[in-house]
Design a protein around this ligand. Structure first.
Ligand SMILES: [Zn+2]
Length: 120
């Protein structure tokens, strides 16, 4: 494991919220993940998305789901590289209500998103 430098550009500074079509997916994931306190939403440059529920300790609470809006399957690029982090455009966590405290959110953000390189 290589230690990553702390990103100066922090994802959490950017306020991102789930879009309508993502919300349905998020809710479905949470329904199947009773331990989940939020869902990590990762948007890829190709338009495909990755989502996974996350537990309050930052561990995954569900399988990673990859999908593409209005498509039966993810694109061929994603099939090849599994939605490589290099192609991630946006990533954030959609919290369940009531949302956890800021301290908890920050901890989970750092754990889940902190190691993800952000490219713009
Ligand atoms: Zn794709």
């Amino acid at each position: 494991m290589t230690k990553k430098k702390k990103a100066s550009k922090k994802i959490k500074n950017k306020i991102l919220v789930a879009e309508k079509n993502e919300e349905a997916m998020v809710e479905g994931i949470l329904e199947g993940s009773p331990d989940g306190i939020g869902v990590v939403v990762v948007r890829l440059e190709c338009g495909c998305k990755k989502m996974a529920a996350v537990k309050k300790d930052g561990e995954p609470a569900s399988k990673l789901i990859m999908y593409r809006d209005q498509a039966e399957s993810i694109c061929s690029k994603c099939k090849e590289d599994n939605g490589d982090f290099m192609r991630v455009t946006e990533a954030f966590i959609h919290w369940t209500k009531p949302e956890p405290s800021d301290a908890v959110k920050e901890k989970i953000n750092a754990k889940v998103l902190g190691t993800m390189p952000v490219t713009n």
